[in-house]
Design a protein around this ligand. Structure first.
Ligand code: SF4
Length: 394
């Protein structure tokens, strides 16, 4: 059934946790301590399907399960096909691995000169500063590293990472990721940002985080002060479905924006979650209303146990076609495939271009109408007979 968004309503409140004092509910450390991390925790509030029960039993060997009370409230406990539920509650599909899937599907380990640094592109590095997240997405590209369920032995090492960046003057752009950098304490995060700001060749610092979505309470005034002090800090958040765009997330984005943090969003195209134009359109509209620019839609990486989330690339192209021209240009993200093995992000666009000849470009617009743009000027004539007379007259 096509998704319809109630545009005037933003989910808010404590949901199942009405009995918790508001002060505790708003405390991000309380949210972390009270995460749902086991089948028993979940079954206190809902009935799991047999497929989910098997998934939950397997999760400890692949990627731990963890859901903040705040985010759990967004799950429709009566609908096994709820798009929020699918993202966070493991399913049996995670036990099956296809030939194409790999633990390190983007070849990051091959490009890691020191622990925690991935240096693939000449002028920028990915700095993995933690192996923990507030909640674990079942389609995570870094499931080998995060949550420590696979004994991958990843120990983020700030000092080595910082020294590597300091000694590589070609690095002008640092992306802090992990795990989720905003799970670090204010003190650690401030230390990291301060050290990075001291490096003269680092021009651009950005953070990839799903914390505003799983734990908006973490976006405290104190954290925003840190961003102001060391800004500009750019941030990519990760919202996949319009139901995730709550009043709390909207307010957290506002706090970040007022602290001078430019915000973009990255979504992953997931089967049964957001793989239809109506859902994506509702999502991108909500993002703009929250001061967030839709930036990327990712084709899901070829991660192990992810086949049940996979969407046909033609569906992604159809979604972009349904957005481009049909809504605000700012609302249209770039659809990309991160090339397997480490080839980088490649845009996958609907084909509007039909032909380029020596004389013209032939293309179609969003309605499918054909247009021609001439490449050369012909029959050049003066707009006025005597341009010098215009200067004399002025
Ligand atoms: S928040 Fe990011 S790193 Fe953490 S589990 Fe989700 S996708 Fe993976």
């Amino acid at each position: 059934m096509a998704y319809t968004d109630d545009r005037s309503s933003w989910f808010e409140g404590q949901g199942l946790w009405q009995h918790v004092p508001a002060e505790q509910w708003q405390d991000w450390t309380w949210q972390l301590k009270n995460r749902l991390t086991s089948g028993e925790d979940l079954e206190r509030y809902m009935t799991l399907t047999p497929e989910e029960k098997r998934g939950v039993a397997f999760a400890g060997r692949k990627l731990a399960m963890s859901i903040t009370p705040y985010f759990f409230n967004l799950i429709d406990r009566n609908d096994p096909n709820c798009p929020i539920r699918k993202q966070l509650i493991p399913r049996e599909g995670e036990m099956f691995i296809s030939n194409e899937e790999q633990l390190d599907s983007l070849g990051e380990d091959e490009h890691s000169p020191v622990p925690g640094i991935v240096h693939r592109y000449p002028d920028r590095v990915l700095f993995l500063v933690t192996d923990r997240c507030a909640a674990y997405c079942r389609y995570c590209t870094r499931s080998r590293l995060v949550s420590n369920a696979q004994d991958y032995n990843f120990h983020p090492e700030y000092e080595q990472g910082l020294r590597y960046i300091e000694s590589h003057p070609e690095v002008r752009d640092v992306l802090l990721s992990g795990g989720d950098p905003l799970l670090l304490s204010d003190r650690k995060l401030e230390h990291l940002l301060a050290r990075l700001r001291e490096i003269p060749h680092v021009e651009f610092i950005r953070i990839g985080s799903r914390i505003p979505v799983f734990l908006p309470q973490r976006i405290t005034p104190k954290l925003c002060e840190i961003f102001k002090k060391y800004g500009p800090i750019w941030m990519s958040i990760h919202v996949n479905h319009p139901k995730e765009a709550t009043a709390e997330l909207r307010d957290a984005c506002e706090r970040l924006a007022f602290a001078g943090v430019p915000l973009g969003n990255q979504s992953v195209l997931l089967s049964g979650v957001n793989d239809d134009p109506e859902t994506m359109k509702a999502l991108v509209h909500r993002l703009l209303r929250m001061r967030v620019r839709p930036y990327y839609i990712y084709q899901m990486d070829l991660i192990t146990g992810g086949a049940h989330f996979k969407v046909d690339v033609r569906k992604g192209i159809e979604i972009i076609r349904a957005l481009r021209g049909h809504t605000t240009g700012y609302a249209v993200p770039q659809y990309v495939i991160d090339a397997p093995g480490g080839g980088g992000k490649v845009p996958i666009n609907p084909d509007y271009l039909e032909q380029i000849t020596d004389d013209e470009v032939v293309f179609r617009n969003y309605e499918g109408k054909q247009f021609r743009y001439p490449l050369h000027s012909t029959g050049l004539k003066r707009a006025v007979e005597d341009p010098a007379a215009l200067i004399d007259a002025s």
